[in-house]
Ligand binder design. Structure first.
Ligand code: ZN
Ligand code: FE
Length: 241
């Protein structure tokens, strides 16, 4: 296992994920909404920034990029198809791209739904999934641009990843998501236990992430939805919740 991920809280409920690769000492950040918390974290570790990985163009995922590039000359990675609305990219990626990160590789998974150009990154060497705003603990992203069908298929692309995979999502939405999840799946004991754990963590102001994909498979109504129709119903119900 050479890559580890650490949550850097920013704005009101965002996490940028600081990636470190132990063989070469490379450091990366995923979705830097702000530069200052990233710089502070790197200073504490005594590291510089090598790579910036972007999942989608929304401000709360990219706004710190320019300052970090200016300070560290970090390489910016993002979806080439969305380059017109992302910060300037050094590496344009698409479905299946393998992005070099020290001794490790990030595999790109196109996951349209929240936005049409949204991508996720999977790091086999570390078992890390960076789903951006596609998958949250006990929830999934709002459909700003895509259809329920697109999002359903995007979430299905995670199905072949191992249960131990660490889900490093971009927002701390878990407590609110737990309320909705319990409203649609009240008898689910794994969900009840997770909701209690989440409440305890949030009471102490601790992150509820990362969470394993296996835990989400047992508790998250959106990835438990068996059909596109069921998923679409859930997503619409959550929007009204
Ligand atoms: Zn977003
Ligand atoms: Fe976001």
């Amino acid at each position: 296992m050479t890559v580890t991920a650490q949550a850097i809280p920013m704005l009101s409920d965002n996490y940028a994920w600081l990636l470190t690769e132990s063989v070469t000492g490379k450091t990366g950040i995923v979705d830097p909404a702000e530069a200052a918390p990233v710089i502070a974290a790197l200073d504490r570790l005594g590291r510089k920034l090598d790579s910036i990985f972007l999942t989608h163009h929304h401000d709360d995922h990219v706004a710190g990029t320019a300052e970090l590039v200016e300070k560290y000359h970090a390489t910016v990675v993002g979806n080439g198809a969305d380059a017109h609305r992302l910060p300037p990219l050094d590496v344009s990626v698409h479905e299946g791209s393998l992005v070099e990160f020290g001794a490790a590789r990030l595999r790109v998974i196109e996951t349209p739904g929240h936005t049409l150009g949204h991508i996720s990154y999977y790091i086999a060497d570390g078992g890390i999934l960076l789903p951006g705003d596609t998958l949250f603990s006990l929830g999934c992203g709002r459909l700003f641009e895509g259809t329920p069908g697109q999002m359903f298929k995007s979430l299905a692309k995670y199905h072949d990843l191992p249960d131990e995979t660490l889900v490093c999502a971009a927002h701390e939405y878990t407590a609110a998501n737990a309320k909705f999840a319990l409203s649609v799946d009240p008898e689910n004991e794994a969900l009840q236990a997770r909701a209690e754990e989440v409440a305890a963590l949030r009471q102490r102001n601790l992150p509820t992430l990362p969470v394993t994909l296996g835990e989400e498979r047992a508790t998250n109504p959106f990835i438990r939805a068996a059909t596109e129709e069921e998923f679409a119903r859930l997503r619409a119900a959550k929007d009204r919740f």
